[in-house]
Design a protein around this ligand. Sequence first.
Ligand code: NAP
Length: 267
Amino acid sequence: MPTALVTGASYGIGRAYALELAKRGYDIVLVARSADKLEAVAEEIRATHGKTATPIALDLTEPDAPTQLFSRLQADGIAIDFLMNNAGFGDYGAFATSDRGKIVAMVQLNVLALTDLTYQFLQPMIERKSGTIVNIGSIASFQPLPYMAVYAATKAFVLNFTEALWAENADTGVRFLACCPGATETEFFKTAGFLENGFSSAQPPLSSPESVVQATFEALDRSNDATVVAGTAIDKAMSFLPRFLPRELLAKGAASQFRPKSNDNKS
Ligand SMILES: NC(=O)c1ccc[n+]([C@@H]2O[C@H](COP(=O)([O-])OP(=O)(O)OC[C@H]3O[C@@H](n4cnc5c(N)ncnc54)[C@H](OP(=O)(O)O)[C@@H]3O)[C@@H](O)[C@H]2O)c1
């Protein structure tokens, strides 16, 4: 039975990926920190799709977490056919006054854990000459984003890294895809601290997690593209236009759009 590993599967976009992968016939390994929420998603998968669902509560900001996960699955004889590197978070506010622990953890999760998981799970896929690795970037992958500087830089890494591995692995049987969602209705904006900084929410229209998942599988099923932008026509334009504009103009334009509206310690 093919098995998919989904990080950040306890809610949000990751939960939607886990449900869709189960619907497509995969057994699912679900990873996130919240054991209770993971078990609820696992139960939903078992009840709705009759697939094996294995929840593993793990904090992927811990440097040895990817190795722990890989070793545990190897010991249990579970081979991963589809790696969905979805877990990630952002932080909104001026870099100089941001919480150092939060930005270091963000790089650890969005960049280092994703890279390490890709490295470890890619090896057996290459040996089997088959597998799929989808990494979640963002519309923020395509340009510098003042007041989300570290987040956008982590997502630029994800896009660049994934496109390079897509080309490197063209003949290995392992398919890479970077999925870059626009603003999507999840806990992301709350976790990033948008709401406490004078934004009522992200700017509508928001995409649904299910539409992000649908765009991902359409790209995997119908094309050999390295990247898919999942979102509105504006999101697609925002992924394309930056290549024609001076970087300084992009950064300054984004700064005026994203400058915190409230006068608290993050402004
Ligand atoms: N929503 C958007 O507008 C948007 C747009 C572009 C890209 N993205 C990207 O999409 C991905 C999913 O985000 P989302 O929107 O679904 O956000 P979300 O609703 O906040 O979900 C984040 C998921 O990541 C898990 N997670 C967070 N920290 C973790 C850690 N240290 N270790 C393991 N798991 C962790 C969370 O579970 P626990 O709390 O249980 O650990 C949760 O399952 C992220 O990479 C995000 O950057 C989102």
